[in-house]
Write a protein that binds this ligand. Sequence first.
Ligand code: TYM
Length: 334
Amino acid sequence: QKRIFSGIQPSGNLTLGNYLGALKRFVQKQDEGIETIYCLVDLHAITVWQDPEALRRQTREAAAAFIAAGIDPARSILFNQSQVSAHAEMGWLLNCVARMGWMNRMTQWKDKAGKNAEKQSLGLFAYPTLMAADILLYHATMVPVGEDQKQHVELTRDIAAKFNHDYKVDFFPSPAPLIEGAATRVMSLRDGSKKMSKSDPSDASRINMTDDADTIAKKFRKAVTDPEPLPETLEGLEGRAEARNLVNVYAALADISPEQVIAEFGGKGFGTFKPALADLAVSKLEPISTEMSRLMADPAEIDRILGVGAEKADAIAQPILAKTLDIMGMIRSR
Ligand code: TYM
C-alpha cells in the first residue's frame, strides 16, 4: 500500500525552490493516482516567531499556491497541521523515542541555531520529531521532498525502527524519501553555495511564486554567474555552481534533462540564456500566481477547503494515534 505525505511551512512566500523541489512534484504524484496527503505545517512555522496575522495570511496563500499549481482537494487531502491535533500528540510520543544525540546531529538545526542554540525555542530543536510524527501518523510510505529534508526523513526511519524495536511491534512502516528531478536543490540567485530560501533576507536571492513578470526577469538578469558562456557538455558545468543551478532550474521548469538544456544552449552566453530562462519561468509561474490571486479573494472558501481536508486527515490519523497510545501503555477508557 502506497501513501504519500509531505508538507511545506507557511512561514513566508513560497519560492521557486519550493515549487520545483516539492509542489510541482506533489501534483505529479497526485496525478499518478497515488493517495496523497499534503500539509501546511503551521505548527512547524511557529518554531521561529511568526506574526499571527501574517501566519494566517501565509497559510491561506500557501493553500492557494497548492490549488493553483494543480492540487485538487477532491483527490488529495490538503489541510493545515494545527487543525489535526493528533500531530502535536504524536510529536510528544516521538519526543520520548528520539534521542538527544540524533537531534543534535541534524544539520538544519546546526545551521539554524548556529552558535546561538541557547536562544532558540525548544520547538526548533524538536522540529524533526514533529516532522516524523506528521509522516508516521498516516503510515506514509513515500515522502517527496527537496534534498535539504533528506536527513529528516532518515531520522523518521530511525524513530520508526526504534519504536518498533522497543515495543516489539511491526507498527510503523519505514518511509522512503523521494528526491527526484533536476531541481532537488535550487540555489540562491546571489550565492551559488546557499540554497534558495523563503527566509533569506535578500529578496533578490529568490524567485517568489507571486513575483510578476518584470521582477522575475530582473532577478534572473541580476543573478550572479561567472562570465563564461555555457559549456558544450554537462561535465563543463563542474565547479560552476551558479551556471549549473540555472541549467537545472531551466530543465525542471521545461520538464527536460540538463543534457537537453546544454544541447540547446551550449556555447551561448548568459545574455541569451538568462532571458530565455526568465521567459520560461514567467510562462510557468504567471498562470499560477494569477489563479492564486483569484483564490485569495475568497479566504473563507480556502478555510473551508482546509477544514474539509483536516476532517479527512483526522479520520486516518486518529486510529493510528489511538493504536500508538495503546502500544505505549496508555489507558484508553473514554
Ligand atoms: P520547507 O517548508 O522548508 O520546504 C518545503 C519543501 O520545499 C523543498 N525546498 C526546496 N527544494 C529544492 N530547492 C530548494 N531551494 C528548496 N527549498 C525548499 C523542501 O525540501 C521541502 O520538500 N520540514 C519541512 C516541512 C515538513 C515536512 C513534513 C516535509 C514538515 N513536516 C513531513 C515532509 C514531510 C520544511 O521545513 O520544508
